[in-house]
Write a protein that binds this ligand. Structure first.
Ligand code: ADP
Ligand code: MG
Length: 238
């Protein structure tokens, strides 16, 4: 079943059309990689899916089963966010803020979700540590746990592996993989790692700055597609 259906969606900032004429669906439990050059509108499209930007043309439709505050989000990181001076537990808990509504405090249920998210990502031992003192890989795990606090259905991840070394990247992908396969959390991941996207299966959406999608279809068919050949160059995928 479709959690989100985008029909001919266009998004713009004041003077810039950032996303133009994009159609795709995010189904329950599926994995969708969004790829494309810098500035092609990947992050903007996630803001659209989150309901933080309204399309100026086209439509984004949500399943009745998916409330807008039930989407977990790991934003593209900036150095300032990495220097956040709070304990890991507080950072993870803040993922529940979306569902707090007018309540100025966390409920017992929020704290339980927080604990469960930390357990699933194997970071319980870090709970009292300061976020800013963690390694990049640990920080991404914490932010993934934070995103998971908001949802059991859909995670949006914007370039989660940026700045991580290959081993830590593989660990992070494995954690995402487990959430997707074992817990059936649908994952929409913005990534520059085309090879990993192809390996990961699922769907690929390649954005082509405000001119619609250069590719949308199964990851397995991507290498042989015109867009795939262009982007992957001589890279051979077996
Ligand atoms: P990507 O994530 O693929 O690198 P973005 O979604 O960040 O691309 O940006 C898409 C386009 O929108 C770019 O041309 C970018 O300059 C522009 N853009 C992004 N954020 C803003 C903003 N806050 N205000 C105006 N233009 C923006
Ligand atoms: Mg971006």
């Amino acid at each position: 079943m479709a959690l989100i259906t985008c029909r001919d969606v266009s998004l713009r900032y004041e003077n810039t059309v950032a996303v133009g004429h994009v159609s795709f669906t995010v189904s329950e439990g599926e994995r969708l990689y969004i790829v494309g050059e810098n500035g092609s509108g990947k992050s903007t499209l996630l803001l659209g899916l989150l309901g933080l930007m309204q399309p100026f043309a086209g439509e984004i439709a949500y399943s009745e089963d998916l409330r807008r505050d039930e989407i977990g989000f790991l934003p593209q990181q900036t150095p300032v966010q990495r220097d956040f001076p709070a304990a890991v537990r507080e950072v993870v808990l803040s993922g529940c803020l979306g569902r707090c509504g007018m309540r100025p405090f966390y409920s017992a249920a929020d704290r339980k979700r927080c604990q469960e998210s930390m357990r699933r990502l194997g970071i319980e031992a870090l709970a009292r540590r300061s976020f800013r003192e963690l390694s990049g890989g640990q920080q991404q795990r914490v932010l993934l746990a934070r995103a998971l606090c908001a949802t059991t259905k859909l995670l949006l991840l914007d370039e989660p592996a940026t700045g991580l070394d290959p081993i830590v990247t593989a660990e992070l992908y494995a954690a995402v993989d487990e959430l997707n396969r074992r817990d059936r959390v649908a994952v929409v991941m913005v990534s520059h790692d085309i090879a990993a996207a192809v390996r990961g299966g699922g769907q690929i959406l390649q954005l082509d700055s405000h001119q619609g999608a250069a590719y949308y279809g199964p990851a397995a068919d991507y290498p042989a597609s015109a867009a795939g050949k262009k982007l992957m160059g001589g890279f051979r995928h077996d």
